[in-house]
Design a protein around this ligand. Structure first.
Ligand code: F6P
Length: 297
């Protein structure tokens, strides 16, 4: 077989595997959601980043590990809830998930998400190794965003575990109207605080922050604007994880025509070789992210 034939065959095969991962995420989401009511309590352990694990985090991780791990073509599975990645087969694609992003929102019954990233490389992989990424948002409606093949689509997930395409080729609106910034304000750097104050002064924008990254990022995808979990004085690398949050959200937002940054460069160019490494995250409309980078310079 000529090299181009092999590459085309690999790409077609990868697409099938990605579709399989998306199907597992969509069909498992209703089960994760139904399993939440009895699991709004702390589990016995902390996650590898030293945060309290909820019983729901462990439940969602176990379900996804078992089902994604059973897919032919997936070689490794990793999640924010386990210290090491797991070898699940001989496939050349790796899947990294945040099973329940924003699980501290479980107690107040606020939004949460499940994030997934498919890399064409062993874990920890690089942002440029991504071949697909997306998330489920557990809101009043269960929706799923999937970025693959250069486009972003939105689906509604039904209780019977089927999913239905509701919006093709999703892009950020040109005029961003919302913003949401994480971390305690006294812990922000002076440069970031000055930028935040400037954003606040624009009468066309309003604050929308819910404390779950997926909920907050989905508002940016819907209304345009900027979300940040910035560098903090007490945590120069911010809070969010590169493999499980930074890269996949970077991939979704950039595929949807927005921009992302760690303060100086695209989130997809962040270079960290620890599975649980963190990064500051700034995502939104390109003009706002450019202003942010200039303000932090
Ligand atoms: O990574 C988990 C997460 O819950 C994100 O979804 C969210 O943006 C962030 O942490 C909020 O953290 P905190 O409430 O500690 O600022």
């Amino acid at each position: 077989m000529a090299t181009t034939d092999i590459n085309t065959a690999d790409t077609a095969r990868d697409m099938q595997i990605i579709d399989g991962v998306v199907d597992v995420i969509a069909s498992t989401a209703p089960e994760i959601r139904t399993g939440l009511p009895g699991r709004r309590v702390a589990a016995e352990d902390e996650n590898p980043s030293g945060e309290t694990q909820m019983a729901a985090d462990v439940f969602a991780d176990d379900l996804l590990c078992e089902r994604i791990g059973a897919l032919e073509g997936v070689g490794e599975y990793a999640s924010e809830e386990r210290p090491e990645s797991v070898d699940v087969g001989t496939g050349r694609l790796s899947v990294a998930v945040d099973p329940l992003d924003g699980s501290s929102n479980l107690k107040p019954n606020n939004t949460m998400g499940t994030i997934f990233a498919v890399y064409e490389a062993p874990l920890p992989a690089h942002g440029r190794d991504l071949v697909a990424a997306g998330y489920v948002l557990y809101g009043p409606v269960m929706t799923m965003i999937v970025a693959r093949n250069g486009t972003v689509d939105e689906y509604v997930i039904h209780d019977d575990a089927s999913h239905e395409l509701v919006r093709e080729d999703v892009t950020l609106p040109d005029e961003g109207s919302v913003y949401g910034f994480g971390g305690r304000v006294p812990d922000w750097t002076d440069d970031f605080e000055a930028f935040a104050r400037e954003v606040e002064q624009d009468p066309s924008r309003k604050l929308r922050y819910g404390g779950s990254m997926i909920g907050d990022v989905n508002q940016i995808l819907t209304y345009g604007g900027i979300f940040a979990y910035p560098t903090l004085e007490s945590a120069p690398e911010g809070k969010l994880r590169v493999q499980f949050e930074g890269y996949p959200i970077g991939y979704v937002i950039e595929t949807a025509g927005g921009a992302t940054s760690d303060g100086t460069k695209s989130l997809l160019d962040v270079d960290k070789d620890d599975l649980h490494a963190r990064t500051p995250m700034y995502v939104g409309n390109t003009d706002l992210v450019a202003k942010l980078e200039a303000a932090l310079d």
